[in-house]
Each structure stands twice: as structure tokens, then as C-alpha cells.
Design a binder for this molecule. Sequence first.
Ligand SMILES: *[C@@H]1O[C@H](CO)[C@@H](O)[C@H](O)[C@H]1NC(C)=O
Ligand SMILES: *[C@@H]1O[C@H](CO)[C@@H](O)[C@H](O)[C@H]1NC(C)=O
Ligand SMILES: *[C@@H]1O[C@H](CO)[C@@H](O)[C@H](O)[C@H]1NC(C)=O
Ligand SMILES: *[C@@H]1O[C@H](CO)[C@@H](O)[C@H](O)[C@H]1NC(C)=O
Length: 220
Amino acid sequence: MLKYVIIIALATNLFNAECPTICNCTANVANCTYKNLRFFPVGKYSKTITVLDVSYNNLETIEKLDLRNRYIIHLTHLNLSNNAIIKIDGNSFIGQRNLQEVDLSGNNIITLPPDVLKYLPQLKCLNLSNNKKLKLTDGYPFLISDTLEVLYLEHCDLVHIPFKAIMKLKNLKVLYLSNNKIRNIHDYSGITLNSLIDLDLSGNSLQSLRKEIISSHDDL
Ligand SMILES: *[C@@H]1O[C@H](CO)[C@@H](O)[C@H](O)[C@H]1NC(C)=O
Ligand SMILES: *[C@@H]1O[C@H](CO)[C@@H](O)[C@H](O)[C@H]1NC(C)=O
Ligand SMILES: *[C@@H]1O[C@H](CO)[C@@H](O)[C@H](O)[C@H]1NC(C)=O
Ligand SMILES: *[C@@H]1O[C@H](CO)[C@@H](O)[C@H](O)[C@H]1NC(C)=O
């Protein structure tokens, strides 16, 4: 009996060697969307996948070994949008040396471990839009990255521009803050974001814009 089970397991495994059964894969993409998953899909992934799409599921936490236990190490794009993610372990993405884009939009994230992006040398774009519970604590760097260029924080119910929270994003060029509840920029306290060249504040109800910000960023 046991032998039989093992043979079937092996055969199934060979057949689907490169893809967890719940997902749809090509050589480079593992697509595991819309499956009501509560955990990262189990199974063997192709060593060549660069895009992992687990969006539109019910994941609540991202654990330290979720990617590494599955030998997923060459990602360029990771899509975890539209889940129910509350917590992400600070080491979840470690070793993803090619990772360029992470989509965490449409989740329940309150805060992230500040170091979670720190060791991703290719990271360019992070989407945190539609995280309505996001708390960007004043006077505390929310995230640290020397490479991140584009950050989406749209529809997050933010009440002010999180200048201090983003001060350790040394290469940030574009910050999308549209459709928040930002009313003024009075809490601006002289922090210069030299790299920032585009700031989208549309869909807020701005009442005043401090002069300093405009003058220190002529191209806004
Ligand atoms: C894979 O994609 C096809 C075509 O879109 C779809 O019919 C099928 O249900 C998908 N399979 C899985 C396991 O998601
Ligand atoms: C995965 O499949 C969904 C549904 O078919 C599609 O919208 C999405 O673009 C796919 N993801 C990737 C990375 O191709
Ligand atoms: C998830 O992100 C990937 C890569 O950016 C994208 O190709 C894909 O279409 C996204 N998935 C869905 C369902 O939108
Ligand atoms: C970021 O997330 C929002 C909300 O899910 C989505 O509408 C938008 O297309 C995403 N942008 C990028 C560049 O992925």
C-alpha cells in the first residue's frame, strides 16, 4: 500500500514537477491567484520563476521562510495584493537579490518591519495603496531602502504627508499620495528629500502648502 502511494506521489510530482497543483505556471511565472489560499501555495516551483502572483487570496501573514522553504530565490516581481495581510516577517524577502517590484496593495497592513526591504539591492517599486489601517508613526522611519524609487501610498486614509516616515528611502523619486485625507502640510519640519522629483497629492483636501516645500523642490 505504502509503495503504491509513493509511486503515485512520485508520478504526480514528475508530471507537475515545476508547479504547485493549485497554481498555473509558465517557465517564468507562477500564477496562484483567486484560490482562497490562507498560506503560500505548497509544492515544487520551477527554479526559473521570476514572477510570483499570489494576489486575490486570503493570506494573513508572510513568514520568514515562506519563499526560501520553496527555493524561490530569483524573483523580480512579487504580487501579494488583495489578500488580508496583517503581518510580514522582517526576513521574508531576504536573499531576493533580483526583486524589483513588490505589490502589497489591498491588504490590512498596519506597519512593516523597517528593515524588510533593506537587503533587496534591485528593489525599485513598492505598492502599499489601499492599506487603510497603515500607521506611519511620526519621527520614525517606516521603511529603509537605498534603492526604492517609486512608492504608492494611495487610498490609505493618511492625514498628513509622512515625511519622517520616508526619510530613510534615500533614492525615492516618486511618491503617490492621491486620495488620502491630507489637509495641510504644517507638520513639515525641514526634512529635505533631495531625490524626490514627483509628488502626487491629488484627491486630498489640501488647505495650505508651506512655501519651503515648494521652493526646495522646484520641479514639483
Ligand atoms: C489555469 O488557467 C486556465 C486558463 O485561464 C484556467 O481555466 C484554469 O482553471 C487555471 N488553473 C488553475 C489551477 O488555476
Ligand atoms: C494571473 O492570472 C490572473 C487571472 O487570470 C491575471 O489577471 C494575472 O495578470 C496573472 N498574473 C500574471 C503575473 O500573469
Ligand atoms: C500582479 O503583479 C504582476 C507583476 O507586476 C502583474 O503582472 C499581474 O498582472 C498582477 N496580478 C493581478 C491579478 O493583477
Ligand atoms: C497599486 O495598487 C493599486 C490598488 O490595488 C492598483 O490600483 C494600482 O494599479 C497598483 N499600481 C501598480 C503600479 O502596481
